[in-house]
Ligand binder design. Structure first.
Ligand SMILES: *Cc1c(COP(=O)(O)O)cnc(C)c1O
Length: 431
């Protein structure tokens, strides 16, 4: 990746969300770094907020487990009452292994698994996400019930990599192909019982209202539909200057739309939602260490090099995503310094301080003057971090994961990978 330097300077608040120096020190000494630290209390608070989403005729709330699929997280959410949105057949298997019933799992996938029939017979809910998927399902299960995921034609994702609706998105069946859907449904005598739209509704109640209206228009075309799934994509404020989603505020106009629909059609539609980011983003920190410092001179920059990077958090490198970064010291330093923060991979794109929304540009962070060995916390690292990274690049082993219980006691929920496991699946070649 080519890099130009920008003059951005991002401010940083002073305290991590839930890791203080003492807890961080304990975790680092006991489990080493880099390590993901999840906060059980935050996970439970977020689950309760999702389950309180306003609705007119009932709610099924699912955790989009691709955000972070560790069984410990799945089990906390299962006990809290959340069901599962799976994005692959493998995720379905993983959720079942973690204790979920197949009937508590809904699959919306880009790649319908070969064994979908077996999973469906076991109770899995399937949303057909393409005309070909619908056809395959119809052939296997004529006369049975299915959900259909539509692309309703507009999205609100942050950029072209997070936008999940509109003509540039391959997710779901394009809304203009309703006739083709109806033809397949008729051919195989299918019952469409759920409409699914996931276009990243963001944090604006007006967008939510528009999206639920468009989605209910799709429901209108399918008389057997009993549930509408509006997906996830609720924005979360990781940085102090970002705007998060107020679920009560965004849900109120949605519930109103469902009531209007019932008045007009007599159909009481159940609401489904399936956030990932909202539940996880601020519930985890990456605890790392400063392992080197580098200067590029008076006209250059002061770099902190961490013992983590794109191997644990890829979002800054691909989205220009901003994560709060803190240096934790026993006695807080009185002087600060503008730092560029680099990851540990031999890759110029492994930078933790890109300019906001632009991974091609760099920004500095004003932080306490740091020394080699200082603890460094990267906040907002719960969603799409452990689950989505360049794991194993430069042959760094998979980092450990910790769950911080309500009493602040750290529990290991994934071991740090042993180096030999990196090449355990390789088969020797004799030539
Ligand atoms: C990824 C995904 C979600 C969750 O999205 P977030 O932005 O993490 O809330 C929900 N539904 C589907 C179908 C998804 O693919």
């Amino acid at each position: 990746m080519a890099k130009r330097i920008s003059s951005h300077r991002m401010a940083n608040s002073t305290q991590p969300r839930f890791l203080d120096y003492t807890t961080a020190r304990t975790v680092a000494d006991q489990f080493g770094t880099p390590v993901y630290v999840y906060d059980e209390a935050t996970l439970k608070t977020n689950a309760a907020a999702v389950l309180a989403f306003p609705n007119a005729f009932g709610l099924t709330a699912r955790y989009a487990m691709k955000a972070s699929p560790n069984a410990a997280i799945l089990q906390i959410f299962r006990k809290a009452g959340l069901q599962i949105d799976a994005s692959s057949g493998y995720e379905v298997r993983r959720a079942i292994a973690a204790g979920y019933e197949p009937s508590q799992i809904s699959l919306s996938t880009q790649e319908l698994p070969e064994d979908f029939a077996e999973l469906y017979e076991a109770g899995l809910e399937i949303n057909a996400c393409s005309l070909n998927q619908l056809e395959r399902f119809g052939k296997a299960f004529p006369g049975r019930t299915i959900g259909v995921r539509f692309n309703p034609g507009s999205g609100s994702g942050g950029n072209n990599r997070t936008n999940v609706g509109g003509p540039a998105s391959s997710f779901g069946i394009w809304h203009e192909w309703i006739d083709k859907v109806q033809a397949i449904v008729a051919q195989y005598d299918l019952k469409v019982i759920r409409i699914h739209t996931h276009i990243g509704s963001g944090s604006d109640p007006a967008v939510w209202q528009k999206v639920s209206g468009m989605s209910l228009d799709l429901v209108r075309q399918f008389p057997d539909v009993v549930a509408l799934n509006l997906g996830g994509g609720y924005k979360v404020a990781r940085m102090a200057n970002e705007v998060g989603t107020d679920l009560q505020e965004c849900g109120a106009p949605v519930a109103e739309k469902f009531r209007e629909f019932a008045t007009e059609t007599g159909r009481k539609i159940r609401l489904e939602i399936e956030p990932g980011t909202f539940l996880l983003a601020n519930a985890c920190s990456i605890l790392s260490k400063v392992q080197d410092t580098v200067s590029t001179g008076a006209d250059g920059y002061e770099f902190l090099k961490l013992d983590t990077g794109m191997t644990e958090v890829l979002r800054p490198s691909i989205y220009g995503a901003q994560h709060p970064i803190y240096i934790l010291q026993p006695e807080a330093a009185t002087t600060t310094q503008a730092y560029m923060i680099a990851g540990h991979c031999c890759e110029s794109g492994d930078i933790l301080t890109p300019a906001p929304g632009d991974p091609e540009l760099l920004a500095t962070r004003e932080l306490p003057v740091a020394q080699i060995g200082d603890l460094c916390v990267i906040d907002g690292a719960g969603a799409y971090c452990a689950a989505m990274s360049t794991k194993h690049y430069n042959s760094y082993p998979e980092a450990a994961e910790i769950m911080l219980a309500a009493n602040q006691k750290p529990h290991l929920i994934r071991k740090r990978q042993a180096p030999a496991d990196l090449w355990a699946n390789e088969v020797s070649y004799e030539g």
